[in-house]
Design a protein around this ligand. Structure first.
Ligand code: ZN
Length: 290
C-alpha cells in the first residue's frame, strides 16, 4: 500500500510516495507555474503509482481548509499570479480517485516535525519557515491550529524602525508586515542581491531583529513550548544563533522561564528533518485520510 504526499508551496511542489515508514521512497520536485500545468504534473506523478491509497496535501495559502466549506481546497487571496480562487483539491480528487487530507504547507511541515522531528512530544509549538515568503504552522493542545481559516504568521505586524531600516517592505497587502520586512524577497529587494549572497553582518543582524519581534509575538500569544525555524533563509548559517541572541532581550525577561534565557538553544531550533519536514508531514496527512 502506498501513500502520496504533496508539499505544494508557492515556489515549488514536492511530490512524494511513501509506504509504512516516515521517509518518502520517491520524491519529484518541480516549480509552481500555472495551476493547470502544476496540478497536471502532480496528477501525472501519482497516476503512475499503482496502489495509491490516499493523498496528503500541504497547500500554500491562504487556502480554505474548512472541511465543510463549499470552497474546501480552494486557494483564496494569494498575490501569486493566476492562483487566486483556484480549486486545487477538486482536480486532484477527480483525476486520482483517492481520499485527500488537506492542510496548509506549513501545517504539514509542523506535523512532520511533531511526529518525527524537533517537536516530538510537544503540545504547543510553532514551525516557522522563512524563504521566498514567511509562513508558520502552529500546534496548540496537540493539534494544528485552524479557525476562521488558519493562522497567517508571516503577516504579523511588527515594530519597524524606519530610521535604521527605511525599506518600505514588500508585502503587496501590508507593506512592512513580518514577511514584508524579513522574507527572502524582502532581503533581495532591500540589499539588491539574494540572501545567500549577503555576507554583511549588519544585514543579518537586522534580519534577526525582525524575526525576533515576530517570534516574540508567538511566545506571547501562543505560549509556544518550542519554535522551529526552517526555510531556505531560516536555515542560513548563523541566523538561528543571531535570533536566539535577540529573542530573550526582545521579551525583556517578562516570560520568566529558562527556555527564554539560559536554555534558548533548545527553545529555538532548526528543523530536525531539514528541508523534508513538509513532504514527510504531507505523507502523515495522507495516512489520516483513509
Ligand atoms: Zn503582509
Amino acid at each position: 500500500m502506498s501513500f502520496g504526499g504533496i508539499e505544494a508551496g508557492g515556489t515549488r511542489w514536492n511530490c512524494a510516495v511513501g509506504g509504512d515508514g516516515p521517509q518518502p521512497e520517491r520524491v519529484e520536485t518541480f516549480p509552481t507555474t500555472t495551476p493547470a500545468e502544476t496540478i497536471g504534473r502532480a496528477v501525472e506523478f501519482f497516476a503512475a503509482v499503482p496502489d495509491l491509497e490516499a493523498l496528503g496535501l500541504g497547500l500554500f495559502g491562504p487556502v480554505d481548509v474548512r472541511r465543510d466549506s463549499a470552497r474546501w481546497g480552494t486557494i483564496t487571496t494569494t498575490p501569486k499570479p493566476g492562483w487566486r480562487d483556484v480549486d486545487v483539491v477538486g482536480p486532484l480528487a477527480e483525476a486520482l480517485g483517492v481520499p485527500i487530507a488537506l492542510d496548509t504547507d506549513v501545517n504539514a511541515a509542523a506535523i512532520g516535525e511533531w511526529r518525527h522531528g524537533a517537536a516530538q512530544g510537544l503540545d504547543t509549538f510553532v514551525y516557522v519557515t522563512v524563504g521566498t515568503g514567511i509562513g508558520g504552522g502552529a500546534f496548540a493542545n496537540g493539534r494544528p491550529v485552524h479557525g476562521l481559516l488558519h493562522p497567517e504568521i508571516g503577516h504579523m505586524l511588527i515594530p519597524h524602525d524606519r530610521v535604521r531600516d527605511p525599506f518600505d517592505g514588500c508585502c503587496p497587502y501590508h507593506g512592512d508586515c513580518l514577511e514584508g520586512l524579513a522574507s527572502g524577497t524582502a532581503m533581495r529587494e532591500r540589499w539588491g542581491r539574494p540572501a545567500e549572497e549577503i555576507d554583511d553582518s549588519a544585514a543579518w543582524d537586522l534580519e534577526a531583529e525582525h524575526l525576533a519581534h515576530g517570534l516574540a509575538n508567538l511566545v506571547l500569544t501562543l505560549s509556544a513550548e518550542r519554535i522551529v525555524l526552517g526555510g531556505g533563509v531560516g536555515r542560513s548559517p548563523g541566523l538561528v544563533e543571531r535570533v536566539r541572541a535577540r529573542l530573550p532581550e526582545t521579551l525583556a525577561g517578562y516570560v520568566d522561564v529558562p527556555q527564554l534565557s539560559t536554555e534558548v538553544d533548545t527553545y529555538l531550533v532548526p528543523p530536525a528533518l531539514g528541508e523534508h519536514s513538509g513532504v514527510i508531514g504531507a505523507l502523515d496527512l495522507a495516512r489520516t485520510a483513509c
